[in-house]
Design a protein around this ligand. Structure first.
Ligand code: SF4
Length: 421
């Protein structure tokens, strides 16, 4: 029997593969760095959180061929009991090392049995130990609806991994999983969240067991108040970026997911799955496209039109769209509506808001834009300002020699923005 520390080493390392709680390693100067399983992430409110990120077990009865924990994989196995996870979390919490727990698991005997153990951890922390730190629980997609609903009573955030954008991809790599089951679990979470938001009283009232816990128990909060997230693995099948983004956009609108995380496929064993090219650059472009769809008003069709179903790895998707649509530019920063400004390469959410306010008082010049920290080298070919007219509408940037090549080197987004719990 392995010691607790040996198992922690195995199960903290195993949890790294789950991207639905994106993390970075703790600051090397921090005392947390010396503790196993602690990662830094960004919480739902934007604050940095130190999380104990572990699996309950890396044993699994499923055999998803993209996963290092699959049944047929020859890896070192370990398992915690729910009581051990509770004790570990409380110990780290009391020592001031963590702000919360991310707990996932391989599938033990059955999805229901595994989910019950995950719930036992969260319920015990909340009800028996009055732990009010952050809890993110992984939900096993094929477990009973009642268990999904129960998990959200105790966790701040739930995630069900969709893994692949299409059923055909799951059939190929994870035949024991189905999109129907996965979306059903997401539906349960969305419905419970919607109900809790429209009528918080039922969830805010302690049940009998809670009352038994005594007056110190704080009435339980709303169902999964930090919402739900998911992860998609990129590059393990021929699915295009259009397939991936279409699935993600559908999850944002239908299931109201907070985030879809993309995880570049790493061949876990040569020969198990067809060798895939490096997917890390693709992962980054997908995060950028995802952000453009969520916050900038772009559609999946804008970013991956017919004939260009995969994002250009050499330039960010906003620039690629602008170069494909020269007739939409230049855009006058002193008159254009917000939706048009958001489509200008180099203009982010904050700079657009600043432009909208500033232009009420006077006409905006290039010096004003520079003072707003707008990257002019990126924006100039696409805008008209009080003292700048680049060229005739429609003749636009494709006519500028070397522009495409030069901008292939530029990046519009900061990767750190993608890390959240
Ligand atoms: S069910 Fe989860 S842990 Fe098990 S093999 Fe599939 S992806 Fe891996």
């Amino acid at each position: 029997m392995k010691s607790l520390e040996q198992r922690l080493e195995v199960l903290a390392d195993a949890a790294r593969y789950d991207a639905s709680c994106a993390v970075s390693v703790a600051d090397p100067r921090s005392p947390r760095q010396n503790e196993l399983g602690i990662y830094e992430s960004v919480g739902p409110d934007g604050r940095r959180l130190a999380l104990l990120k572990i699996l309950l077990t890396n044993e699994c009865v499923f055999d998803c061929s993209y996963c290092v924990h699959r049944r047929s994989s020859d890896v070192e196995r370990a398992r915690f009991s729910p009581e051990e996870v509770v004790a570990l979390t409380l110990d780290y919490h009391r020592r001031g090392l963590i702000d919360g727990l991310f707990l996932s698991s391989g599938v033990l005997d059955s999805p229901d049995a595994t989910m019950e153990q995950l719930i036992t951890v969260a319920r015990s922390l909340r009800r028996n130990h009055h732990y009010f730190g952050y809890i993110h629980l992984k939900t096993i997609a094929s477990c009973a609806d009642e268990l999904v609903a129960e998990a959200g009573r105790w966790a701040d955030r739930l995630s069900v991994n969709i893994e692949m954008p299409r059923q055909a991809d799951l059939d190929q790599l994870a035949p024991e999983k189905s999109l129907v089951q996965i979306t059903r679990a997401m539906n349960v979470i969305r419905k419970e969240i919607d109900e809790a938001q429209s009528d918080p009283l039922p969830n805010a009232r302690p049940d009998h067991a809670d009352q038994d816990a005594g007056r110190r128990y704080r009435p339980h909060r709303r169902f999964a108040p930090a919402g739900q997230t998911t992860q998609m693995i990129i590059g393990a099948t021929p699915a295009t970026d259009a397939d991936v983004l279409f699935a993600a956009a559908s999850l944002y609108t239908r299931q109201k997911l907070r985030r879809v995380y993309y995880s570049a496929y790493i061949p876990v064993e040569p020969g198990m799955v067809a060798e895939a090219p490096p997917q890390v650059a693709r992962e980054r472009r997908l995060y950028q496209a995802d952000w453009l769809i969520r916050d900038f008003g772009f559609s999946v069709g804008d970013l991956t039109p017919p004939g260009a179903e995969n994002l250009d790895l050499a330039m960010d998707p906003k620039l690629a769209w602008a170069l494909r649509n020269p007739d939409r530019f230049p855009i006058d920063v002193n008159h254009a509506p917000k939706g048009d400004l958001l489509r200008v390469p180099g203009l982010g959410l904050r700079s657009v808001e600043t432009i909208l306010i500033a232009r009420r008082g006077s006409r905006i010049t290039l010096a004003d834009l520079a003072a707003m920290r707008v990257p002019l080298t990126r924006a100039l070919p696409f805008i008209v300002a009080a003292d700048h007219v680049p060229r005739e509408r429609g003749s636009t940037v494709v006519a500028l020699p070397g522009l495409r090549r030069r901008w292939q080197q530029l990046e519009l987004f900061d990767r750190t923005a993608d890390q959240s719990a």
